[in-house]
Design a binder for this molecule. Structure first.
Ligand SMILES: C[S@@+](CC[C@H](N)C(=O)[O-])C[C@H]1O[C@@H](n2cnc3c(N)ncnc32)[C@H](O)[C@@H]1O
Length: 291
């Protein structure tokens, strides 16, 4: 079969299975199989594809039609210019989280301290936030924690892959992960960033199959109202942050008002609510209590 024939058949199949952007998915899968940039396919529509590559493409398209995420089939996801390994062990990094990373980088880059700024990524998953921050802010001492051993292994490989060797990874449940031999003491942190699990438990069943069946549940489930981790951070983070230091959080659709009250009630100062690329409120920036 030719490149064009494979693309046409794959697109029809994926569209019939309810996959969004079916043609784009077909192109990305075929370019992955042929190890060529996607746009190169346009110059080679009439080229005959070998039987072996046709069979590989057909199998990947079949799996995509069964709603396995594209990134699990190619094995990678892009995040602010970094190509990261992803698998069912970690949340696939989302474009809205790039906005969170950029906000953290902006705040850190505006600082002029000669001493290293200590940063923590709470719930690092693939390591996307920690890696993007460490790569962009050379004077930051970046720590990253996660409850999942498999996630931390992936994040460690991703840091190496991105050429970033300054991240210290910590395994454990929230701040308890920092208590043994982490090199960090309470009150040490200059900035805390987190994209915590924020989906209300009752909403998990109605998520798209790509998310519901393939992202780790521990990366999604934010408790009955989705706010479990924000309550924990509001309570526990002041002990680890310097007074007045920023906490940057991603949050889910419609959660901004509840989060603003929650943090203000906890004595935090509201700095900003920022939007994602689709214009939806997505990032909360608050400053830790000073008294
Ligand atoms: C929504 S994912 C975010 C992953 C990554 N930071 C990103 O933005 O793509 C949340 C992460 O928090 C981790 N996590 C969940 N509960 C945790 C806990 N109690 N302590 C530490 N990490 C936790 C999960 O394993 C998951 O990797």
């Amino acid at each position: 079969m030719t490149v064009l024939e494979i693309l046409q058949r794959s697109t029809e199949y994926l569209a019939a299975r309810g996959v969004d952007s079916a043609r784009l998915n077909a192109e990305l899968l075929l370019s992955h199989v042929l190890q060529k940039p996607r746009l190169r396919l346009y110059l080679e529509f009439d080229r005959n594809v070998t039987e072996a590559d046709t069979a590989r493409a057909r199998e990947l398209v079949r799996r995509r039609g069964h709603r396995e995420p594209l990134q699990h089939l190619t094995g990678t996801a892009a995040f602010l210019g970094h190509e990261l390994e992803v698998s069912p062990a970690v949340l696939i990094p989302r474009p809205e989280t790039e906005v969170l990373a950029q906000a953290a980088i902006r705040l850190l880059s505006g600082r002029e301290e000669p001493s290293p700024l200590r940063v923590l990524d709470f719930g690092t998953g693939s390591g996307c936030l920690a890696i993007a921050i460490a790569a962009a802010v050379p004077f930051a001492e970046v720590h990253a924690l996660d409850l999942s051993t498999a996630a931390l292994d992936t994040a460690t490989r991703n840091a190496r892959r991105s050429g970033v060797d300054r991240i210290r990874f910590h395994l454990g449940d929230g701040f308890a992960a920092l208590q043994s031999a982490s090199g960090l003491l309470p009150g040490d942190l200059d900035l805390l960033v987190s994209n915590p699990p924020y989906i209300p438990t009752g909403d998990l069943a109605s998520l798209d199959p790509e998310v519901r069946d393939h992202d780790p549940r521990a990366a999604l489930d934010g408790g009955a109202d989705g706010l479990h981790f924000y309550r924990r951070l509001s309570r526990e983070a002041p002990a680890w942050l310097k007074p007045g230091a920023p906490l940057l959080l991603e949050f889910g659709d419609g959660q901004a008002p509840a989060l603003q009250s929650l943090f203000q009630d906890g004595g935090w100062r509201l700095e900003a609510v920022e939007k994602d690329l689709s214009g939806t409120d997505r990032i909360l920036i608050v400053r830790s209590p000073t008294a």
